[in-house]
Design a protein around this ligand. Structure first.
Ligand code: AMP
Ligand code: MG
Length: 527
């Protein structure tokens, strides 16, 4: 051990310095107007303990238990210790929930500690989720339980390593206190371990951050927040002004389109795409009752609260993102006073999404160059998936491994593995075989070698994803104090596109027992 202390990151907060804050500093639930945030202190959790942290992110930030010591790291990321420059605050925002304006929401259980610059020179805000109530907590307690915190911690970093834009997660801390939750909303509340995740992103501003000021007809603060966001997070767009506002909206649309294509590529279902859960940076944000698609089903939603309307089902995510962008357009309209450029940007979202989606599907299929009938080929595959439950992730990895140099008489075993039924109906088998023969002919028109095809497919089809049941098994053990499955998943998900010997058990389809188990197939919002 050297005696020289590691250089310490410097904390600051451009957000609170530049934007209007709530003059009330006492911590009680209230409606806040004319302010983008309220200063709020986290609760002191005397028994907090560190469970896990992201080495990759910690190194980028210069903040790891090794560099600053476990005790200090735990104290900061449980909210017990504020470093110089930290003045914790909660954000004010509103949102459309399930299609309806819900009024003020805000950081009900998130507290921003401050901002630091990472090793790449990018500013990053550090935010604790579950560190106690804020003025925006409404009727809830401001706390979070281990199961949902573990899910957020693992999934944020898994998404990052998959190449999907996302907020990150630095640490997972147990508060040492219990939190009561009625997980199934059935009148059976249980005391569960409380936990705190430290989330990290350049900005936690959401579509709903702008909507609330427009709803309050507070165009002055609306403009301040837009100008700040552009200056701070979209500096390449230049000085704020009407043209810049339009360019900015176009970029938000473009980033959101790209994000949706990624979700569709890896089979991620967010579960609660309310406008308060839409990042202005086009990041995946607010990991709640999300899920990973197992059998390919565009109608699937993991969220029990959404089971009836299935508004946030897998296949509808791109359209919902567009609907959310429309709400953002409405919110910034008072600064532009012209509908046409906003409508044009929304139209471009659709075109961009469709073009990128097609390119993404071709990549998944290992096709380098588009050909006229390719949309049909893709549709036929989805039609085959409809005939028997087929695991999307296992299927595409299997397809990479098929030898197409000779004629196919039956569905190869690597693809039969993707079926949830051991012996699907004849029609399902024949339909997939017909598709494979069609695909084989299509491959003959490609100039790329089979190695090149393999590489393209490998880069676009993950082998390891955070299947719901895997997260649940890690939760079951973590609740008993055993974090080894959590650590194993964290390690494996760092490298999701490459085979890792000895980790085959983490790459298979969902086992039968997990089909109906809570947390494995459906999740509630209770967290
Ligand atoms: P979500 O569905 O997680 O996006 O949450 C919607 C709103 O409810 C946000 O304003 C959250 O901050 C708030 N919220 C959710 N859970 C809690 C909680 N346990 N305590 C306080 N606020 C919460
Ligand atoms: Mg939220």
């Amino acid at each position: 051990m050297s005696d020289i202390p590691a250089p310490h990151p410097v904390f600051s907060s451009h957000f609170t310095v530049a934007l209007p804050g709530d003059p009330e500093t006492r911590n009680f639930r209230r409606q806040v107007t004319g302010a983008c945030y309220s200063f709020t202190k986290p609760v002191n959790f005397a028994q907090a303990s560190l469970v896990a942290w992201s080495h990759a992110l910690g190194n980028e930030l210069g903040l790891t238990p090794e560099t600053i010591g476990v005790e200090k790291f735990t104290a900061i990321f449980s909210g017990n210790l504020q470093e110089p420059g930290m003045q914790p605050y909660a954000l004010c925002y509103g949102g459309h929930q399930f299609g309806h304006w819900a009024g003020q929401l805000g950081d009900g259980r998130a507290i921003n500690l401050g901002e630091i610059t990472d090793c790449k020179g990018q500013h990053q805000i550090l935010q604790l989720k579950g560190a106690g109530p804020t003025p925006y907590s409404r009727t809830a307690d401001g706390l979070a339980v281990l199961r949902s915190s573990l899910r957020e911690f693992l999934c944020s970093e898994a998404m990052f390593h998959l190449g999907v834009p996302t907020t990150r997660a630095l640490s997972l801390v147990l508060t040492g206190e219990k939190v009561v939750r009625d997980m199934f909303y059935d009148g059976n509340p249980q005391a569960e371990p409380g936990a705190i995740v430290c989330r990290v992103a350049p900005s936690f501003v959401r579509f709903g951050s702008f909507e609330i000021f427009t709803m309050h007809q507070d165009h002055a603060v609306l403009r301040q927040l837009v100008d700040f966001t552009i200056t701070r997070d979209f500096p390449h767009l230049g000085k704020p002004g009407t043209d810049t506002y339009i360019a900015w909206f176009r970029e938000v649309c473009a980033r959101t389109a790209t994000l949706m294509v990624h979700w569709m590529r890896v089979g991620f279902v967010h579960g609660v795409m309310n406008t308060d859960n839409m990042s202005i940076l086009g990041l995946t944000i607010d990991y709640g009752p999300y899920g990973w698609l197992e059998n390919y089903d565009p109608g699937w939603t993991p969220n029990t609260t959404d089971a009836k309307g299935r508004r946030y089902r897998f296949g509808q995510q791109p359209q919902i993102a567009l609907w959310n962008l429309l709400q953002l357009a409405n919110a910034i309209y008072p600064l532009i006073n012209e509908a046409a450029p906003l409508e044009a940007a929304l139209a471009d979202y659709k075109t961009a999404y469709e073009a990128q989606w097609l390119r993404m599907m071709l990549n998944k299929l290992g096709l380098e160059h588009y050909q006229n009938e390719d949309e049909k080929l893709i549709q036929q595959l989805f039609d085959a998936f409809k005939l028997t439950e087929t695991d999307m992730t296992v299927f595409f990895r299997g397809l990479m491994a098929v030898d197409f140099s000779s004629d196919l008489q039956t569905v190869p075993v690597v693809l039969a593995h993707a079926w949830y039924e051991s012996e699907p109906a004849m029609q399902a088998q024949q339909s997939l075989l017909a598709w494979l023969q069609h695909y084989q002919q299509r491959l003959q028109q490609e100039s790329a070698s089979s190695e090149q095809r393999f590489t393209l497919m490998q880069q676009n089809n993950p082998l390891y994803v955070l299947r719901n049941y895997l997260a649940q098994l890690a939760i079951d053990d973590a609740e008993q104090g055993d974090f080894s499955k959590l650590v194993e998943l964290q390690e494996v998900l760092k490298n999701p596109y490459h085979e890792q010997p000895g980790r085959e058990h983490l790459a298979g389809k969902r086992p039968d027992w997990a089909r109906q188990r809570a947390g494995c197939s459906m999740l509630s919002c209770s967290s």
